[in-house]
Design a protein around this ligand. Structure first.
Ligand code: DX5
Ligand code: ZN
Length: 221
């Protein structure tokens, strides 16, 4: 099954004083999802933003919001993030005691359930959860900061998961997150990823043009 390719710019790297403009430029350049990185200072060292910002972004953004929770015990906040406008709600495997229950709860709210795995997590650990999710996020950097260089070993995990998804025919999008640039996106696409998160490579310089270059490569490769 061919998975639709989508660009999901991460606003973590945006200029928050000009957020609407920058989001509009990313959409004009072809972005079809907006990636929203929530960090709690516990699961990851940094703290980013949360519900009030999501609520505002929802009002000014017509494309689906892909909310990536880098927070510990995310089950505490599922309903809050659903109410604030998440269209896809992604929780980290490493942050939960009962991932299957949390993923099920997300779906009961009519929101797409996403599962993220950090670099130390092997794909085998989450294989049995694939029928229960709509998207898997393979972290290609250690979660917590934008602007890092991707870890090549994580690419093999994308390949493995893509093979399982194809073989079983699951309707699961495969997202990669961290270190994707214009000059390395081919590596991620060729491994089987179809949702491309990118922060610094879109939001530094000309946002619309940066997105367009990604889109062009996503069509060509
Ligand atoms: C990292 C975040 C990423 C990050 C991507 O913890 O989950 O979404 O913002 O940014 P770049 O593309 O700069 O690596
Ligand atoms: Zn992210």
């Amino acid at each position: 099954m061919k998975r639709k390719r989508r660009l999901a710019p991460s606003i973590l790297a945006a200029d928050f004083m000009h957020l609407q403009e920058q989001v509009d430029a990313a959409i004009a350049g072809g972005a079809e999802m907006l990636h929203f990185d929530v960090m709690d200072g516990v699961f990851v060292p940094a703290i980013s933003f949360g519900m009030p910002v999501l609520k505002s972004v929802k009002k000014g953004c017509a494309i689906p919001l892909d909310v990536h929770l880098m927070i510990t015990q995310p089950e505490r906040y599922v309903t809050d993030f659903v109410r604030c406008g998440a269209d896809i709600l992604t929780v980290h495997y490493e942050a939960m005691k009962q991932p299957a229950r949390v993923l099920e709860e997300i779906r009961t709210w009519g929101v797409k359930a996403g599962l993220a795995i950090s670099p130390e997590t092997a794909p085998e650990e989450v294989r049995e959860l694939l029928p229960q999710i709509d998207q898997i996020t393979v972290m290609t950097v250690r979660p917590g900061f934008g602007g890092q260089t991707y870890i090549p070993e994580c690419i093999e995990k994308v390949r493995t998961i893509a093979a399982w998804v194809d073989e079983a025919g699951y309707a699961v999008d495969i997202e990669v997150d961290g270190g994707v640039k214009h000059d390395n996106i081919d590596v991620f696409l060729e491994a089987g990823a179809n949702v491309i998160v990118t922060g610094s490579a879109v939001f530094s310089g000309d946002v619309k043009q940066n997105a367009e270059i990604f889109l062009q490569k996503m069509q060509e490769i």
